[in-house]
Design a protein. Sequence first.
Lengths: 306, 366
Amino acid sequence: MAEPLTATAGNGSRAKSVDIYAPQWRNFLFVAPYLFIFAAFLVFPLFWGVWLSFHKADTFSSGRFIGFDNYVRLFRDGIFLQSIWNTFYFVFLTVPALALIGLFLALCLNRQTRSAAVLRTLFFSSSVLSVTIVTLIWRIVYIPDMGLLSMIYGFFGAKAPAFLSDPDLAMIGIAIATVWWCIGLPMMLFLSALQQIPQDIYEAAALDNANRWQTLRSITLPSIKRTFVLVVIIQIVFQFQLFGQAWLMTKGGPNNLTKPIVLYIYNTAFQRWDIGMGAAASEILFLLILVAAMAQFLLTRRKADA
Amino acid sequence: MTASIDINKVTKQFGSLTVLDELSLSIPANEFVVFLGPSGCGKSTLLRMIAGLESVDAGEILINGERIDNQPPGQRGVAMVFQSYALYPHMTVRDNMAFGLKNISVERSVIDARIAEAARMLEIGHLLDRKPGQLSGGQRQRVAIGRAVVKEPKAFLFDEPLSNLDAALRTRTRIELAQLHQRLKSTMIFVTHDQIEAMTLADRIVVMNNRKIEQIGAPMEIYNRPATRFVAGFVGAPAMNFLPVKIRAEGGLVVAESGAGLRIATAIAAEGLPGGDYELGIRSEHVRITQPAPDAAEGIVDVLERLGERTLVYVRLGDGHQIVGSDSGDSRVAVGDRVGLAFEGAKAHLFEAAGRAWHGQEGGHG
């Protein structure tokens, strides 16, 4: 083993060169702690969930294998179908609003002034609140007869709509609170994208006679297209998982019209203790989000090719 | 289309810092003018003020006699080539070139014709459907020039456009720019800190330093008759030799004597020369290396720079001053040798302590 580095020609053995780039398996130890947690709390539950969804499971036992029965029951359950529709409706209400308002705020606040800095902080500050605080604030806003909204309506001599109890408005009410809560992240992502556009491109555009609109359409927006896609996909994945606001503001009512999938899963698995069916509903949600994530992957890859 | 540009007493301040101080300059149509100066002398700021990218704090800028410093950049009729090229990264080369024309609603057929012509001239026809990210530095440079050419501007503004290119490409592009100017016959303003670019490209050079213009003149005029000590030291490589001297009149001409026993008869008229301290300036090509001789100046060789066609010899004089002289390309001189120096006094300049220059032969000062 302990041969001298300057091997002499006389000993007959060929000097064995060591590949310094060969993998060193002991380095695996550095990632092992994370890998263990990743496997135990993400990979294992993922497969356990799939397994549960094929069984008639409750709190006391994992029950017997029933094939696709849970899925069949799900799609025969009007409330589940309603919750899928509700979730899509909520995503449709919030994601475009978050992307467009976030972009608008970023465009307005992308300047080096004191007031812009203050406003950036202000708009971002709602993001640090917990869902409990956010829903508390908005329930106070929406309270009939004495909330902020009815005060404003009252100022103009009108009566505020009952946002959280009107079947047509309840989801919109939750969506407004959600946009208010979540607007910070899209705004910050857009701001950082805007700040990476080199200034000289704008100077070239000014010399190219581009007015404000042409500059926005031809220079700014194409430069932040990737960020726009990113914001939309992040928000789709986020908003598909609506739970806290719906649970705390309307409990899914009126008449299940604001019950999202996650709330349905919670009701089924942890209130009716039908864990197998709850797991099946979770898998459906997982598939929906997976499709959204794949869409991001495909979209951004196509951008990179272009 | 081409235009004259007049700059009248233009001042620019950034906060309390004055960058340009009551600067005036007149550029006739078709001229290729180079703003030359060290970093921070305000040359780029002046160019950007002509382009409209910086405001003018006082004074006025006119193109073809029309005041433009209150107009937005796009309406001044100038095109600019940026140091970083500033191409629109998401647009193809064709769209980059068309953008400025589309914005002022030029007809599609006219745009296509102009792009085709510029692409042919700059040999970028095969790149038209690529995006800037797929081009090399030199190709991007051509596209940036093409984008300026298609606008058929009254004047071209170049902001150090060659400084991001490698040495070989820089030389080639320099020659192409000169050809472009001959072909387009347009007013061009070129900003650089590279004196070789300035000497080779310019009809006239504007040497700038410290908020103001030091000298305006044709390249050889700047080189042979620098108006100030700054210009003399800044233009030319290696830099001009400077020696503190005492002056004396002999037959109406100045004889300069330095501490090292050096005595140089110049062609500068002694009459009218104010008193005070002087520096003698002489370029290395006017200092020949000779065999040491009893009546000639001499020194020890410090450093040799062999340039091929000639050799620069850095000689330490007896009083510690260093003089750069030149010898033939196959010079046998070695470091440490004792050599003689033959000064071509007729080519020497004198500089007052305040920097003003006095030249020989034709007499007077620049």
